[in-house]
Design a protein around this ligand. Structure first.
Ligand code: TNX
Length: 579
């Protein structure tokens, strides 16, 4: 058993820097003793401060004299509950590769452990101000004996684990063993989300992405305490989910994508793998079947759904608004019921997203009538309707959620739908659209909603964003990534990071804990984490990333992998790729 670390260091919470020199001349023995003490303190001084967490926690109380160093016999102990046990296993899986420690997982309370995860009905106590999302609250205590995470639910424990991960040195993200001391800063964090719905959307229709790619995106969400992954599964350029009752949707409609690539689709087993991977990370999948527009791929597969009953040619361009399923034909509603029924059966979460955007050719009563019938189909499946905000004029149905993607916060039609009971997910195009360029020279992405640098992604308030919409109607925030210009996982990550953590903080952290100055400092430490994990990101000049000479490594760790500067190259299809 290694020695318990000495933690009587100076009362600062900053990273280890050096020794303090005084004017007194101490005796040699004293000098030797104090040098040994200082060396010990230096070794146990964490490279991360307790407050360096993204998104910013609700409350942080550092105890610099209570830092904890993971001993070689560290163990994870957890309440005897299958979901909590799974979180403990997840923690051990996160820490084992870099630490090289065995980190056995066992039940509380038989043996006290160094990393303890406790499910507790009474602690932490939800404050009166928190409502349904109190379920995600957690408390993390670090002292010289260990780390305790306490929560009312396994989801709360999971968020606590993500915080603990960020409090360890960046090298913990390495997938191979790194020699060094794994020190966690002492103190207490009590944390809970500001908004219950925190999400990102991945468009797998414009370009198809593999199950492994989607799982990796889920990892990024979980890291920043986002709890919903919206999958845009269907569009003009491709249909990406197998539907048994209408098989040609996938086998014909799935064979195309923007630029003429091979496309692809998820089998039921593939989709279940995504849903299961997400569930284990406390992320709910929100499937979208975009209707009545954005349906060219479906019409290619089943011409009887098309207005003239004639199959259109497959589409691999990037225009929008030209296609639609025939709202006057009853077979269209059979199709919708069959598809949504099968998708719902594969999806454990409460939401079904029905799209509704840019159906320019289905106007007025034809459009609202169609949306109202589809909303009833969703309600009949026992699910909650989510739709792009264009569905606002349709009748309210219980619990309906509109996803607002406008760029001007004055939207009377949406405000009126809110008065009739709709709730909102905010994805303002000019703050949350991750397919917008960072800057004019960003090698991929669009700019129709403006340029979105990290500051722009960060600097807005969901509670006051829309005129006439009270904060109570805002369910949360979602960052959509449309993929007309995106063809690889590296490109996805380049657009996601570092804006996804910015939007995660907008959604998770109370306005009183948020500040751009604090955020950019805290975020800077994540660059080395992404490097250690082999994750691509945009090295935005707005963030004070540590210089290679800064002490961001722990003793004995290999030098951080160099972040490749994205270069733009032009592929055969005229697309820009990050390499
Ligand atoms: C608008 S936002 C769309 C998508 C495009 C995106 C490109 C919305 C609901 N529809 O069809 O992919 O712009 O930024």
């Amino acid at each position: 058993m290694p020695a318990t670390p000495t933690t009587d260091g100076p009362a600062t919470d900053g990273p280890a820097t050096g020794f303090v020199v005084t004017g007194v001349e101490p005796a040699a023995a004293e000098l030797a003793g104090s040098a040994a003490g200082a060396a010990e303190r230096l070794l146990t001084r964490p490279p991360v401060g307790l407050g360096d967490v993204v998104p910013a926690p609700a409350s942080v109380r550092p105890q610099p004299a209570a830092n904890f160093a993971l001993p070689a016999d560290a163990a994870v102990r957890v309440s005897a509950d299958p979901a909590a046990r799974d979180v403990a296993e997840h923690l051990a899986e996160l820490l084992r590769p870099a630490t090289g420690l065995p980190l056995p997982v066992a039940d509380l309370p038989t043996i006290p452990g160094t990393l303890m995860l406790t499910l507790s009905a009474t602690a932490p106590r939800p404050s009166a101000a928190v409502r349904e999302w109190a379920a995600e609250e957690y408390r993390l205590d670090v002292d010289v004996d260990g780390v305790r995470i306490t929560a009312g639910t396994a989801t709360g424990l999971f968020h606590g684990v993500q915080t603990l991960r960020q409090l360890l040195p960046a090298a913990v993200e390495s997938r191979t063993t790194v020699a060094g001391r794994w020190v966690v800063p002492g103190g207490t964090i009590v944390d809970r989300p500001h908004f219950p719905y925190r999400g990102a959307m991945l468009d797998v229709a414009r370009h198809f992405f593999t199950v492994d790619d989607v799982c990796r995106v889920i990892d990024h969400l979980a890291r920043y305490k986002l709890n919903h992954l919206h999958l845009h599964l269907t569009d003009d350029q491709g249909w990406r989910i197998a539907v048994d009752s209408w098989p040609r949707l996938a086998t014909v409609g799935g064979r195309t994508e923007v630029g003429g690539g091979p496309g692809g689709w998820y089998t039921a087993a593939d989709y279940r793998r995504i849903v299961g991977y997400a569930a284990r990370r406390h992320v709910t999948v929100v499937p979208e079947v975009d209707l009545p527009g954005h349906t060219n791929a479906a019409l290619v597969a089943y011409p009887e759904l098309a207005p003239g009953k004639v199959a259109p040619p497959p589409y691999t361009g990037t225009e929008v608004g030209f296609s639609y399923v025939d709202p006057t034909d009853e077979r269209t509603y059979d199709f919708v019921a069959d598809v949504l029924g099968e998708v719902a059966a594969l999806t454990p979460g409460p939401w079904l997203h029905i799209g509704g955007d840019e159906a320019y050719k289905v106007k007025g009563a034809a459009y609202t009538g169609f949306v109202e019938r589809v909303q009833q189909i969703v309600a009949g499946l026992g699910r909650t309707v989510v739709g792009w905000h264009q569905i606002a004029p349709a009748d309210q149905v219980d619990g309906r959620v509109l996803q607002w993607w406008g760029t001007d916060g004055d939207d009377p039609t949406v405000a009126e739908a809110v008065r009739r009971g709709a709730r909102l997910i905010l994805s303002p195009g000019n703050h949350a659209y991750l397919d917008m360029k960072y800057a004019p020279d960003t090698p991929l992405g669009h700019d129709w909603a403006g340029l979105i640098d990290v500051h722009r992604a960060y600097h807005w308030d969901p509670a006051t964003h829309l005129t006439g919409v009270p904060a109570e109607a805002v369910l949360g925030v979602e960052a959509p990534l449309w993929t007309e210009s995106v063809t690889s996982l590296a490109e996805i990550e380049f657009l996601l990071l570092p804006r996804l953590p910015a939007l995660a903080e907008v959604a998770w952290s109370a306005p009183s804990t948020r500040s751009w100055a604090g955020f950019r400092e805290r975020l800077a430490g994540h660059g080395p984490r992404w490097q250690a994990a082999g994750i691509t990101f945009h090295p935005s000049p707005e963030i004070p990333w540590p210089r290679p000479s800064d002490n961001v490594r722990i003793a004995g760790s290999p030098p951080p992998a160099r972040q490749p500067r994205p270069r733009s190259v032009t592929s055969g299809q005229g697309q820009t790729k990050i390499t």
